[in-house]
Design a binder for this molecule. Structure first.
Ligand code: URA
Length: 232
């Protein structure tokens, strides 16, 4: 297995971040610094980062129903609560993508860097489903059509999305991209402000009764469904 992939599987970092660690000369194999991410390693290799040995650990994926005010970064410099503290695991888990602090709902945490990368990279097209309450209500058909076809944002046009109005002023949006504050910016671009935003599904997984602030580990069947969805 390639060294960068090994580090991602070991939960050290995402594949791209692992490549950067390697390029920076922080990774050694059998006692020798390696700076090429394609170096082949296997279970018998002694891999270390900054001198600390790395072992392939059991992979875990958890689902959390994030409450408002909790941040989805691995740590917060403003002292706000962080999403990883809602999960009781022996492993060092990190969030799969981000939700804004004031967005609620489904966020995944894992130590599987490779899976995390596939679930968030637009190339694999894994859909995330959001429910947005917007103002003013209702949203006219032409604005819905614009959201479906793609709207111009300052970082480029959005890809086609599936959008429907569940009730006046409540939209369900399914998008396969994950740009910063994307749903809020898309709605603003068609003249509607998001007043409440919840992610209700990530690929094939739904929150389905998991309470606010609660977390549960995914079953192996659920992880398999996620992997399938991320196969692109
Ligand atoms: N889009 C947003 O605007 N915010 C989120 O937290 C997620 C998607």
């Amino acid at each position: 297995m390639r060294l960068a992939k090994y580090l991602a599987h070991a939960g050290v970092a995402s594949r791209r971040a692992a490549e950067r660690l390697i390029a920076a000369g922080r990774v050694s194999v059998d006692g020798e610094v390696v700076t090429h991410p394609a170096r082949d390693v296997d279970d018998s290799s002694r891999v270390a980062v900054d001198g600390s040995p790395v072992a392939l650990e059991a992979r875990e994926v958890w689902m959390v129903n994030k409450p408002p005010g909790v941040v989805s970064t691995a740590r917060d410099t403003h002292g706000r609560p962080i999403v990883t503290s809602l999960v009781r695991s022996e492993r060092r888990l990190y969030p799969v993508g981000r939700l804004d602090a004031d967005t609620t709902g489904l966020i995944l945490l894992t130590n599987d860097g490779e899976l995390a990368n596939r679930l968030t990279h637009p190339r694999y097209g894994v859909e995330k489903t959001y429910r947005a309450r917007v103002a003013p209500a209702p949203v006219p058909e032409r604005a819905l059509r614009a959201l479906r076809e793609g709207v111009e944002l300052d970082d480029g046009r959005t890809s086609p999305a599936r959008v429907r109005q569940l009730e006046p002023g409540v939209l369900e949006l399914r998008i396969a991209e994950g740009r910063k504050r994307q749903v809020r910016r898309m709605c603003e671009a068609v003249g509607h402000r998001v007043v409440e935003l919840e992610r209700v599904a990530f690929g094939p997984l739904r929150l389905d009764g998991l309470g606010r602030g609660r977390a549960r580990r995914l079953t192996s069947a659920e992880v398999e469904r996620l992997r399938k969805a991320a196969r692109g």
